[in-house]
Design a protein around this ligand. Structure first.
Ligand SMILES: [Zn+2]
Length: 258
């Protein structure tokens, strides 16, 4: 338990509709704070998501220069761009569709009842968060999303759903392989020593078994077939997507108020 509550807890609950908050959501904050940093999402990988949690994400309606546009930067979207809006924007739905599809088909979690609270707080039920893998994946996804989203304004780069999702998968893959490598190194360091009895237990090998298989005897590891397939499917989707010129689902600076 925290002795004094972080400000963002009250800020997310602000009932004034003009602030675009979530006053009717009861967030299991202690579980959220305890969940920061998983073996497959470190502080850097979680950075953008943690900023969102703390309400420190830069969005257009936070600009101090009031002459700047506050309308969402995604082309064709005319809503005000707030921290809540960026996870609800209809123009970004195809990206989150891919993310939640991966969570159900590869990680094996059920769909959360509310996507918005799943993305922001990683909530899966009223009182609980998603699995460790699902939480970690959403944090990677939000980080990759926000990187690309900020480039829409900073570098006038279109937001490409297939490319951003591909980056998300690669980022998650590195984290999962890093975890497996850590377990293997522990094994290699201990196998001929008196620490032999302290070899990484089955539960560490199985902790992310929907994502990576770590062998029992020599601790070799490889991504699961489902994870590998998701990556190759996404790779195959890249040139097709570009050929069809569909990446104009987003727009740059353009999007000022009309
Ligand atoms: Zn929008």
């Amino acid at each position: 338990m925290l002795s004094s509550r972080p400000n963002c807890e009250a800020e997310w609950a602000n009932p004034d509709p003009k602030y675009h908050r979530l006053p009717h959501t009861r967030v299991p904050w202690d579980k959220v704070w305890e969940s920061l940093g998983t073996p497959i999402s470190d502080a850097t990988e979680e950075r953008h998501w943690r900023k969102l949690l703390h309400r420190g994400t830069f969005v257009r309606n936070k600009q101090s220069d009031k002459s700047k546009p506050t309308v969402c930067r995604m082309i064709g979207c005319h809503k005000e761009e707030s921290m809540l809006h960026i996870v609800m924007c209809q123009k970004l739905k195809p990206f989150w569709d891919l993310v939640f599809n991966f969570i159900t088909t590869v990680i094996g979690d059920p769909l959360p009842p509310n996507r918005v609270t799943a993305i922001i707080f990683n909530m899966w039920t009223r009182d609980d968060l998603g699995s460790e893998s699902a939480c970690a994946f959403l944090r990677h996804a939000f980080g990759c999303f926000y990187n690309a989203f900020s480039k829409v304004d900073l570098e006038q780069k279109l937001f490409s759903t297939p490319l951003v999702f591909h980056k998300t998968l690669l980022s998650f893959r590195s984290a999962v392989l890093r975890y497996a490598q850590t377990i293997r190194i522990l094994y290699l360091q201990r196998r001929y020593t008196t620490l032999r009895l302290k070899l990484p237990p089955q539960e560490s090998r199985d902790r992310f078994k929907a994502l990576v298989v770590i062998q029992e005897t020599v601790y070799d590891f490889e991504l699961t077939a489902a994870f590998t397939r998701a990556i190759s499917n996404q790779e195959a989707a890249l040139p097709r997507h570009q050929a069809q010129g569909q990446d104009a689902t987003a727009n740059p600076v353009a999007a000022g108020p009309s």
